[in-house]
Design a protein around this ligand. Structure first.
Ligand SMILES: C[S@@+](CC[C@H](N)C(=O)[O-])C[C@H]1O[C@@H](n2cnc3c(N)ncnc32)[C@H](O)[C@@H]1O
Length: 387
């Protein structure tokens, strides 16, 4: 029980899930929180250190009892996620001479904010599409509402794919040939979810996620050790379950995963045997990759192994994405991506960085100009000798 002389926040009605969430976070911050409700016996009462009864807001005793409670318990703020209660309290608390304030903005605004943000993002993308000189035809974008739905749902998934990278994914998926989408490194499934949804919208193909979800493979050997200090505490089995929860809704026979390293996964992929898991069922892949997302272990050796194991399956016009090309903790992705471009310059149609990732499109031309390739390699050699 907190010191009764410390200012408190009243949470009313205290049993709503948002109320309990708010109370927990305030308690975590060391704040004094008092829960209250109008139920004679509320099961939520046990979740608060202090609990009080208030009549229903429609009851004429509500206002005097609330005022007495606020004064007696040194309440300075009230949290309520109930829109009717919020509106009623706003009227009462706005009256002159009242020093208690609502601590949250209108629940309607709070509930709508993720939808409004997503619609704004979708609208911005449609008004200012990313100008990509891709080597493939570009499909019309999905609608504003479809984009907004995707942005909002992706926002609910924790992970390492920021808004800018998501926009780039939207733009390249509509410029991708048909084929499999392979993701190396999925963790909780944020980028996988975005890829699965886009692939479905644009009829690209099926998504295969390859990730060992193992503690050993999380070790990055990053220069500062800051990343490795975090990964030691992560629960890999929980991460796979979270991945499944996030991707099951997008499955529809088009998503599956291999719980193994990318090198083992590429051998399995080459075999052509359909991938089967209890959660996602059985999925067949074509053996031709349209989009390869390299987002596994970022050490130099691991990215090199990913490139060697998988890039050979990427078809003309297909994309290779090196996540964290700009990375604060090491240069495994950058060095390998640069080397990939250097040795494949003759067949690289487009390369750009967005959201820290490097997006490379292979030329869609059926025939590579061998003369041009040799010229470019000679030019690169000349330049590196000059350095
Ligand atoms: C940065 S996280 C992936 C983030 C994810 N794409 C997202 O959008 O949030 C890196 C993932 O790579 C996986 N990983 C590590 N070594 C790997 C390997 N050899 N092959 C495939 N995945 C690997 C890890 O288990 C981890 O889930």
């Amino acid at each position: 029980m907190k010191n009764q002389n410390v200012a408190a926040t009243l949470v009313f009605p205290g049993g709503m899930s948002k109320s309990l969430e708010y109370a927990r976070s305030r308690k975590g911050d060391g704040g004094r929180v008092i829960g209250a409700s109008s139920l004679a016996s509320d099961p939520a009462s046990g979740q608060y250190d202090e609990w009080l009864y208030l009549p229903f807001v429609t009851d004429s005793r509500f206002e005097p009892q609330l005022k007495a409670l606020l004064a007696q318990h040194k309440v300075t703020g009230i949290y309520t996620p109930n829109i009717v209660v919020w509106n009623h309290l706003k009227g009462l608390l706005d009256a002159p001479g009242t020093e208690v304030a609502l601590v949250n903005t209108s629940p309607a605004d709070a509930d709508m904010s993720s939808y409004r943000k997503a619609l704004k993002q979708a609208n911005a993308l449609l008004l200012n599409p990313v100008p990509i000189a891709a080597d493939t035809t570009c499909q019309d974008s999905i609608s504003e509402k479809e984009l907004a739905a995707l942005f909002r749902e992706a926002d609910l998934i924790p992970g390492m794919c920021d808004d800018e990278k998501m926009v780039a994914l939207c733009e390249i998926l509509r410029r991708s040939p048909q084929g499999d989408i392979v993701e190396i490194g999925s963790w909780w499934g944020k980028s996988a979810y975005i890829l699965a949804r886009l692939a479905k919208y644009y009829g690209t193909g099926k998504l295969l996620c390859v990730d060992p979800w193992s503690s050993d493979d999380l070790i990055q050997n990053d220069e500062s050790g800051i990343v490795d200090a975090v990964v030691a505490n992560l629960d890999v089995n929980e991460a796979l379950t979270v991945f499944e929860l996030n991707l099951l809704g997008a499955n529809d026979g088009c998503v599956n995963y291999l719980r193994m390293t990318s090198v083992q996964g590429s051998e399995r992929y080459r075999s052509g045997v359909p991938v089967a898991t209890p959660s996602f069922g059985t999925t067949s892949y074509t053996g031709r990759i349209s989009v390869l997302h390299i987002d596994g272990n970022h050490s130099f050796d691991a990215v090199k192994a990913d490139v060697e194991a998988w890039t050979g399956y990427v078809i003309p016009g297909g994309w290779i994405i090196f996540d964290d090309y700009d990375w604060a903790y090491g240069d495994g992705p950058r060095v390998n991506a640069d080397e990939f471009i250097r040795s494949n310059l003759y067949r690289v149609a487009v390369a750009f960085v967005m959201g820290g990732a490097l997006f490379i499109q292979l030329s869609a031309g059926l025939k590579v100009d061998e003369g041009r390739r040799l010229e470019m390699l000679a030019e690169l050699k000349r330049k590196s000798l000059q350095r």
